[in-house]
Design a protein around this ligand. Structure first.
Ligand code: FES
Ligand code: FES
Length: 211
């Protein structure tokens, strides 16, 4: 090797010299030079009305923070790519795919997950889903409930087209969507039965059709 072609491995031992199984010191990395994937930050936001703070890598997916750090496993993960909508949550009132949002982007926001929809009892929408038999395997159901909640907040009596449009980002492989659409459009019926704490009464066991 001549001088015009220096041995880059020797010149940059901390990069090209690193091998699996080496310690950080052996690889030429000091504690003062953490790898990007190891860096963490304190990130504070609100979830379902409660202030929370997590110490995670800022690039961590919000869906992972909710499920793995805050144990809010109602938010489902189907694709981790923004395609299925199972991870839909409300961020400042807007439905978003939590798998596409970084923890850093969630700082200072107000997040609502499916766990936040019921106020100790079923919401009117949840009662309507139950009454219509709008869930089968249930993987899509949290995302649908959250997306439909955002719709009903702005349009309490949506048309079928508005409902289809609002739920279009959440895929369901089981139901064929008809019962889901009907449950959302008829949620107002259950809203009229709201109790004083803002939620529909829990249904007596066996009083709702399973289909
Ligand atoms: S898991 Fe987020 S869109 Fe599928
Ligand atoms: S109920 Fe199974 S994917 Fe929707």
């Amino acid at each position: 090797m001549n001088q015009a072609q220096p041995d880059m491995t020797e010149a940059q031992p901390g990069i090209s010299g690193a091998q699996p199984g080496m310690s950080m010191a052996q690889a030429g990395m000091s504690e003062a030079q953490p790898r990007m994937s190891m860096e963490r930050a304190d990130i504070a936001f609100k979830v379902n009305g409660a202030a929370v703070s997590v110490c995670v890598p800022p690039v961590r997916r919000l869906s992972s923070v909710l499920r793995d750090e805050l144990h809010l496993t109602g938010t489902k993960v189907g694709c981790d790519a923004g395609d299925c909508g199972a991870c839909t949550v409300l961020v400042d009132g807007e439905p978003i795919c939590a798998c596409l949002m970084s923890a850093a982007s969630a700082a200072g926001t107000v997040v609502t997950t499916v766990e936040g929809l019921a106020n100790g009892r079923l919401s009117a929408l949840q009662a309507s889903f139950l009454d219509h038999g709008a869930a089968q395997c249930g993987i899509c159901t949290p995302g649908l409930l959250v997306a439909a909640t955002a719709l009903l907040d702005s349009k309490p009596n949506p048309t079928e087209a508005e409902t289809q449009d609002a739920l279009g980002g959440v895929l369901c492989r089981c139901t064929g969507y008809r019962k889901i659409i009907a449950a959302v459009m008829n949620a107002g019926r259950f809203a009229s039965e709201l109790s004083t704490d803002g939620a529909a009464p829990n249904p007596p066991a066996g009083t709702f059709s399973p289909y």
